[in-house]
Design a protein around this ligand. Structure first.
Ligand code: G1P
Length: 292
């Protein structure tokens, strides 16, 4: 199935990153030299997505600025022969067509997705949460498109997590269908460990049919008093099949300072231009730790 549009919710306050998020949106915090947001836009573009709809909030205008061309900077870099840097900034504005919708009130992830209804229209689309950064080739959206081509219906990325942390996630109740794929029978947002139907946690990648919008219109506030995407998908089950897919790749939690630091180190170790320096840095630090 060809999916042309992606919705990226980026309207949150980023409280776990205060005070930096007083003035810098969480989604623009970097892993090495690129903002988290760029990794997920690249993942969408690699999967053939042509249009990215970013749901943002007032005060986060620098997100739009990041995707605008900067002709005077390009000219300067071109004059000084900094071609690699020039390519890197041109790449940002050419990855996909990027548009923005504003979520006026922080009413939850489901509400943020609903805000993009008009921009998406009547076609299936993907939702990508930008603080779930997943390192793999092919990317998770590409992997999920293969699943949706095999089974007609929505697809949600999941991974098994230790039961002690299950209360931090949406969770699926699902029946194993082999090939890393499960048929979803129910979903619950942030259950207590004893109430959780499984330890298959939802990770921020979804392929959804447009019927989800009517479901979200009918979804009452749930966990934290917010309209949850998980609850909207539960309603969708009444009319559509939904599958959970255990993706290949390592998920980094870009939603916390430690997760982001770890992501920077791991990406640094895989990137050719930084591998040796990051490896020396880690070795140096562990020697220092062992000596203290
Ligand atoms: C959101 C979703 C949750 C999912 C998680 C993955 O929660 O509501 O179902 O498991 O993302 O990162 P949040 O982390 O925004 O609280």
């Amino acid at each position: 199935m060809q999916i042309k549009k992606a919705v990226i919710p980026a309207a949150g306050l980023g409280t776990r990153f205060l005070p930096i998020t007083k003035s810098v949106p969480k989604e623009l915090l970097p892993i090495l030299d690129r903002p988290m947001l760029q990794y997920v836009v690249e993942e969408a573009a690699e999967a053939g997505v042509e249009e990215v709809i970013i749901v943002t909030a007032r005060g986060k205008e620098s997100i739009a600025a990041y995707f605008h061309p900067r002709p005077e900077l390009e000219q300067r870099l071109s004059e000084t022969g900094a071609t690699e840097l020039l390519d890197s900034i041109r790449h940002v504005s050419s990855m996909a067509e990027v548009s923005f919708v504003i979520q006026e009130q922080p009413l939850g992830l489901g509400h943020a997705v609903l805000t993009a209804r008009e921009a998406v229209g009547d076609e299936p689309f993907v939702v990508i949460l930008p603080d779930d950064i997943i390192d793999h080739q092919p990317g998770v959206i590409s992997q999920m498109l293969e699943v949706s081509a095999q089974y007609e219906g929505g697809v949600i990325a999941v991974e098994q997590v230790p039961w002690e942390v299950i209360h931090n996630y949406g969770v699926v109740d699902a029946e194993d269908r082999g090939n890393r794929t499960h048929f979803v029978k129910g979903l619950v947002e942030k259950p207590a460990r004893e109430d959780s139907p499984s330890n298959l946690s939802i990770v921020g990648r979804y392929i959804l049919p447009p019927e989800i919008f009517d479901c979200l219109e009918q979804t009452p506030p749930g966990t934290k008093g917010e309209i949850q995407l998980t609850d909207g998908i539960q309603l969708l089950l009444e009319e559509r099949d939904v599958f959970a897919y255990e993706f290949r790749g390592t998920r980094h939690d870009g939603g916390t300072p430690m997760g982001l630091l770890r992501a920077s180190l791991e990406y640094g170790l895989t990137r050719e231009d930084t591998r040796d320096a990051v490896s020396a840095l880690i070795t140096g630090l562990s020697t220092k730790m062992a000596g203290s």
